[in-house]
Design a protein around this ligand. Sequence first.
Ligand SMILES: [Zn+2]
Ligand SMILES: [Zn+2]
Ligand SMILES: [Zn+2]
Length: 147
Amino acid sequence: MQFHQLEKAVELAEKGMEKISVTDQPTGEKCDLCGHDMVLKFGRFGKFIACSGYPQCRNVKPYLEKVGARCPECGGDLVKRRTRKGRFFYGCANYPTCSFSTWKEPVPTPCPKCGGLLVVASKEYAKCVKCEEQVEMSALEQEKVEA
Ligand SMILES: [Zn+2]
Ligand SMILES: [Zn+2]
Ligand SMILES: [Zn+2]
């Protein structure tokens, strides 16, 4: 009986610890207000990034899911975003400074012809947004494996 209770307590404690390690993932970013590490948290409205100096510092940023491709206009990271209606699109992390966005999924591999951004055009092809070069998806996936 007692042992059983202890086991339960340990289990709960472990669950609690698990929660902490999951909720505070380091992002490698520093808070631009106080210089503390920014950590990834899971809130009621999904993921967000907050300053580890909380509650002294209440700097919070939306979590941006990087897609591994570069913005063709400013070279910033492209991130997955969601419209108010819940539709996904891809935009520049430097928004609102840079307003580049696309509905099509960007491919991390740059265009072999001009170095521009490739986006998924169909199941078989990716298309360059700059020179409209078409690249077979299978060729791109091979490159991904090698890298
Ligand atoms: Zn801070
Ligand atoms: Zn940009
Ligand atoms: Zn191109």
